[in-house]
Design a protein around this ligand. Structure first.
Ligand SMILES: Cc1cc2nc3c(=O)[nH]c(=O)nc-3n(C[C@H](O)[C@H](O)[C@H](O)COP(=O)(O)OP(=O)(O)OC[C@H]3O[C@@H](n4cnc5c(N)ncnc54)[C@H](O)[C@@H]3O)c2cc1C
Ligand code: SF4
Length: 533
């Protein structure tokens, strides 16, 4: 009988993880904190602290179940600081004859593990059963589809899961209630106070360690209050269901100058770490509707994010990698604007989204898509530069979910797999959905002149730059008709306004790696391919 070393990664902290079932006698479970994973992009200190604290708590829970656990702490003197070498060192140390690991969240690690399958100390890769779909099932769904769309996938998922279904019919008669979900905050009820998780001794130790080792990374550690145990994650879910879910749908797209979270769940990080399962989360939300505590538009909207989008992006990631990561349909080549690290910009909407990200390692979806994302899209920021930033700065960031959202949904760099058209928007959109503009030195109604909102000229400039690719898209025809009606003199004024802005925009010419040199990043599979023009 084999004696396996079970490697549990930092985003696999679930007691029902396939590799933790039916363990043979003598199996050793290993959890490893390694510097390589903390530094391949400059992760936000709160993100690192959340993962390490959750790993340490999870290791204690496994020990309490009587399992044999080896925990490699980041500052242990014999730690080799890379996942592959550390797992193999421990396997040899404990006399194990194979290493078992569940599919990781990144292609980079998947390739590194696969390469060892036939080695003298064989690695065995297991499928991750914690999702609604597997990459194989998604690939089968994709086969023969020229234009895969979330909506079609989502309906398949609803039928398969039975969530919000009565036989083959969606509850309420419609699959999607998005049309009810676009209210600005003006008529919203007061925001509920957030549930806070006071750090215990384990978490306090981690916070000190992270401050010491990763304190130079972008992001504040002071207000850390992420759930780091399953019990805390369950409490966070219960609090969301009780205090926010009912309003989630209606204000899902709203943005506030003051409050980052609004009626969003802030559950992505716990879901991605494995502290909560998508099934229990969706089923709990469904119960709120069935028992009359939350309206259908909110519950359907919330379930669609998890059952639909979360599974869809994971499927795309695993079926399209590694080519997906090289996508650059719009041939964007600008470096990341320096203000993404400093917050130093007069565009109030952008500045507040970056400041909230710095303070909380969190920004809600519309801030990511329509503020930091839209600005980068309009400016032509290179996919790799922007993806590395998103991967670094959010507590919930894992490549399988970050990459399709950034490269596909925000930058349209996958040529339309994630969205049939780019989500480009002018200042008018931000003005409608937020209260930022009233605090801004720019005027969202002006397109040219010193006080004009820069997003307005950038928006039209983006459309002019990409006319050849986008004008024939049926969903863009009205917009291009508007551009035609403007007349050449106005278009020229807009062009000059946008180009003057872009010329003055400070951008990086190389990535801001916090640790390691570029050769090291390259070895890890990351490469900065573009620089500012
Ligand atoms: C540029 C960009 C980068 C992103 N990077 C990540 C990332 O690294 N990790 C991540 O989990 N999400 C990412 N998202 C998706 C989404 O923005 C976050 O899941 C969400 O903002 C997390 O906050 P929340 O938990 O309060 O979400 P809520 O608004 O409460 O939504 C509920 C849940 O639905 C899921 N979800 C919602 N939207 C998406 C989506 N578009 N794709 C996948 N799952 C979704 C999440 O699990 C989330 O917790 C990204 C979106 C964009 C536009
Ligand atoms: S005026 Fe423009 S730059 Fe300023 S907050 Fe509004 S949309 Fe953003």
């Amino acid at each position: 009988m084999s004696k396996p070393l079970i490697l549990v990664l930092g985003d696999q902290l679930s007691h029902d993880l396939p590799s933790l079932q039916a363990l043979p006698d003598g199996a050793v479970i290993a959890l490893c904190e390694v510097a390589d994973e903390g530094r391949y992009v400059p992760h936000h200190p709160q993100k690192i602290a959340m993962m390490l604290a959750a790993m340490r708590h999870f290791a204690d829970e496994l020990r309490a179940r009587g399992l044999r656990v080896h925990y490699s702490a980041l500052d242990a003197p014999d730690n080799t600081q890379s996942l592959v070498s550390e797992a193999e060192r421990l396997a040899r140390h404990y006399g194990c004859d194979e290493i078992r690991v569940v599919r990781p969240g990144e292609w980079r690690l998947w390739e590194a593990f696969k390469a060892r399958e036939a080695g003298p100390l064989p690695w065995r890769l297991l499928e991750d059963s914690r999702f609604y779909t597997t990459p194989e099932a998604f690939a089968a769904w994709m086969r023969g589809r020229k234009q895969p769309r979330l909506e079609h996938f989502y309906r398949t998922q609803r039928r398969a899961s039975g969530l919000l279904m009565e036989a083959d019919t969606p509850l309420g008669g419609k699959w999607n209630y998005d049309a009810d979900n676009r209210h600005p905050l003006a008529d919203a009820p007061p925001l509920p106070a957030p549930l806070r998780h006071a750090p215990d001794a384990i978490t306090r130790d981690v916070l000190e360690l992270v401050a010491e080792h990763f304190g130079e990374h972008f992001g504040r550690l002071e207000d850390f209050d992420w759930p780091v145990t399953r019990a805390q994650a369950r409490a966070e879910l219960a609090d969301f269901l009780e205090t926010r879910l009912a309003h989630f749908g209606r204000y899902q797209d709203a943005i506030s100058d003051e409050a980052p979270r609004l009626f969003h769940s802030r559950l992505a990080a716990a879901l991605n770490l494995g502290l909560l399962s998508p099934r229990e989360t969706c089923e709990a939300a469904e119960r709120e509707y069935l028992e009359g505590r939350a309206p259908l538009n909110s519950v359907e909207g919330f379930i669609r994010q998890i059952l639909g989008w979360r599974e869809y992006v994971r499927g795309l990631y695993w079926t399209r990698m590694p080519d997906y990561k090289r996508g650059n349909h719009l041939e964007a080549s600008r470096g990341l604007p320096s203000c993404y690290w400093s917050g130093d910009t007069e565009l109030r909407c952008l500045r507040r989204a970056i400041e909230m990200t710095r303070d909380h390692a969190y920004a809600h979806h519309i801030q990511r898509l329509m503020v930091t994302g839209n600005f980068a899209l309009l400016c032509g920021v290179a996919p790799q530069a922007l993806c590395d930033w998103y991967l670094a700065v959010y507590a919930d960031a894992c490549e399988w979910v970050e990459l399709p959202n950034t490269l596909g949904m925000v930058l349209h760099a996958d040529g339309g797999l994630m969205g049939s058209k780019p989500y480009c928007a002018s200042g008018k959109y931000i003005d409608r959905m937020s209260d930022h503009c009233r605090h801004c030195r720019y005027d969202p109604k002006r397109v040219t002149g010193t006080h004009a909102c820069p997003l307005n000229a950038l928006y039209w400039h983006f459309l002019m730059r990409h006319r050849d690719r986008l004008a024939s898209n049926p969903r863009m025809r009205l917009i291009y008709a508007g551009l035609e009606r403007m007349g050449e003199a106005k278009r020229e004024a807009i062009r000059q306004q946008a180009e003057a802005f872009l010329e003055g925009l400070a951008c990086e010419t190389a990535p801001r790696w916090a640790g390691g040199d570029q050769a090291h990043q390259h070895a890890l599979g990351y490469r900065y391919r573009e620089s500012s023009p």
